[in-house]
Design a protein. Structure first.
Length: 451
C-alpha cells in the first residue's frame, strides 16, 4: 500500500541509510541546541531581573523536575519504538491503536503529575534541604511548573509520535515557536509586569500549553497515518505492556544516572569553589557535546525500530554501524576542537584565572573519552529500537553508577586530587563501552559483522 505524496512521515525501510540518519538527526540537533539556548535565557532573565536567590531556587529544583521528565521520556522512547515497529511493518490498525494508547497514557500521567507534583513540592524541597531564603520562591515556581505538566507531556509525546514515523522537522518548528514565545513572555511578565519568579514560571507553562495545543491540533487534523481521534482514545493492554517493557528501563536508567552524577559533584566540592566552578563549566560544555550523540541515538532508535518492523535484519545492522560511525566522527571532531580551544571555551563561563585552570584541566583530560560515550548512547539507542531496553540499562547502571562510585571511593582514598575525581566520568564511559559492545557482538551479531 502507498501513502499519499504529501505525507510528512519518513519511511526509513527504503533508500540510503546515511541520508536518512542525517536528515533525521539535523532537525533534532538544531532543536536541542535551541532548547539549551532558551533554558539559558530563562536563567539569565530570572538571575538578572529577579535576583540570585530566585536563580538558586530555580537551579535547586531542576533535579526534581528532571526526575519527572526523564521518567516520562523513557515512556515516550518506548512508545516511539512500538509505533516505529508498526510503521515499518505497515500495520496501520495497530499503529493507530498505539497512538491512541500513548495519548491516553499521556493524559493520565499529566493529571497525576499535576496533582502529585503540586501536593508534594514542600516535602521535596525539605528533603533537598532548601535554604529558608529561597524556600518560598522555589515552592511557588515549582507549583506553577507542575500545574503546567500536562502541556509539557503532551508536547513531548506528540513530538515522540512524529519522530517515530520519521518526522523531525515539525517538532523543531514547534520547539522554536515555544522557545521564542517563552522568552517574550518571560521579558513581559518579569520586566514589565514585575511578576518575579512566578512570572517566569507562568511564561514557561503558557508556552508549553500552546505548543501542546498545536501538537494536538496537528495530530487530530492530519489525514496521515499517525492521526489521533478523540473518540478512539483508549488503552490497549498489550500495546501498553510493550511500551512499558522498553520505556521503563530507559526512563529508570536516565533517572539513576543523573542522581549518581550528583555524587561525583560531592567529591568535587572538597576542592573548593574555584574547582567547583571549573567543574560546572566543564559540565556545561560536556552537555553541549552530548547533543549530536543524543540526536544520533534517537535516529538509531527510529531507524532500527522501523526496519525491525519491516523485517530487514541486514538493514538494521548496517544502520547501527552507520550511526556508530557518524557519532564517533562527529564527537571526535568536536572533542579535538574543544581540546585546542579549551581556555576560550571555559572563558565563556568565567573570567577567573583559577576557574579557567580547572575547567581546562577537566576538558583536556576527559573530552576525547567522550568517543566511548558516543558509542554507548548510540548503541543503546539501536538496542532499544530492537526492543532490547534492559541490556543498555544494566550496562549503564553497572558502569555509570556502581563502577564509577567504587572507583571514586577507592581513588579518593589513594590520591584525593582533581585528576583522580574528574576521571570518574571516563572510567564509567569506557567500562560501559566494553560491556555494551561485547553484549551486542555476542547477542545480536552472531554472524561476523561487516567492518
Amino acid at each position: 500500500m502507498h501513502h499519499h505524496h504529501n505525507t510528512t512521515a519518513r519511511d526509513m525501510t527504503e533508500g540510503g541509510i546515511l541520508r536518512h540518519l542525517i536528515a533525521f538527526s539535523l532537525p533534532l540537533l538544531l532543536g536541542n541546541i535551541f532548547q539549551m539556548l532558551y533554558n539559558t535565557v530563562d536563567s539569565i532573565v530570572v538571575g538578572k531581573f529577579v535576583g540570585k536567590e530566585a536563580l538558586a531556587a530555580v537551579g535547586s529544583t531542576t533535579m526534581i523536575v528532571n526526575i519527572m521528565i526523564f521518567f516520562f521520556n523513557g515512556v515516550a522512547i518506548g512508545a516511539g519504538v512500538v509505533i516505529g515497529n508498526y510503521f515499518g511493518a505497515k500495520k496501520l490498525d495497530l499503529l493507530h491503536k498505539a497512538v491512541e494508547t500513548t495519548m491516553a497514557v499521556t493524559f493520565l500521567f499529566g493529571v497525576f503529575f499535576t496533582f502529585a507534583g503540586m501536593a508534594l513540592v514542600p516535602a521535596m524541597l525539605r528533603l533537598m534541604a532548601t535554604p529558608e531564603d529561597v524556600f518560598d520562591m522555589a515552592k511557588l515556581y515549582l507549583q506553577i511548573y507542575f500545574a503546567g505538566s500536562l502541556g509539557l507531556l503532551i508536547y513531548n509525546m506528540g513530538s515522540g509520535i512524529l519522530r517515530a514515523v520519521g518526522d523531525t522537522a515539525r517538532p523543531l518548528y514547534f520547539l522554536i515557536f515555544t522557545s521564542l514565545l517563552n522568552t517574550g513572555l518571560d521579558l513581559l511578565f518579569v520586566i514589565v509586569f514585575k511578576a518575579g519568579i512566578a512570572g517566569a514560571a507562568w511564561a514557561t507553562i503558557l508556552s508549553q500549553f500552546l505548543s501542546a495545543l498545536l501538537v494536538l491540533v496537528l495530530l487530530t487534523r492530519t489525514d496521515d497515518i499517525y492521526k489521533f481521534t478523540w473518540s478512539d482514545l483508549g488503552i490497549d493492554r498489550q500495546i501498553l505492556t510493550r511500551i512499558m517493557a522498553i520505556g521503563l528501563p530507559a526512563g529508570f536508567q536516565s533517572m539513576v544516572t543523573s542522581v549518581s552524577n550528583v555524587f561525583v559533584q560531592s567529591y568535587v566540592n572538597g576542592f573548593g569553589s574555584a574547582c567547583m566552578a571549573g567543574w560546572a563549566s566543564y559540565n556545561k560544555l560536556d552537555s553541549f557535546i552530548f547533543l549530536p550523540m543524543t540526536s544520533l541515538n534517537q535516529a538509531a532508535t527510529t531507524f532500527v525500530s522501523q526496519n525491525i518492523g519491516a523485517g530487514k535484519e541486514d538493514r538494521v545492522n548496517k544502520g547501527t554501524v552507520r550511526s556508530l560511525q557518524a557519532a564517533v566522527i562527529v564527537t571526535a571532531v568536536i572533542a579535538a576542537m574543544l581540546v585546542v580551544f579549551a581556555p576560550q571555551a571555559t572563558g565563556l563561563f568565567s573570567s577567573d584565572e583559577s576557574v579557567i585552570y580547572y575547567g581546562v584541566l577537566f576538558l583536556r583530560m576527559n573530552t576525547f573519552f567522550l568517543v566511548f560515550n558516543a558509542i554507548n548512547h548510540v548503541l543503546a539507542g539501536a538496542l532499544r529500537g530492537r526492543g532490547d531496553s534492559r541490556a543498555p540499562m544494566y550496562c549503564m547502571l553497572a558502569c555509570f553508577v556502581v563502577i564509577r562510585q567504587i572507583y571514586l571511593f577507592i581513588g579518593s582514598r589513594i590520591a584525593y586530587n582533581p585528576y583522580v575525581i574528574g576521571f570518574g566520568y571516563p572510567v564509567g564511559w569506557m567500562t560501559c563501552c566494553v560491556a555494551e559492545v561485547t553484549y551486542f557482538m555476542v547477542r545480536w551479531n552472531k554472524k561476523s559483522s561487516p567492518a
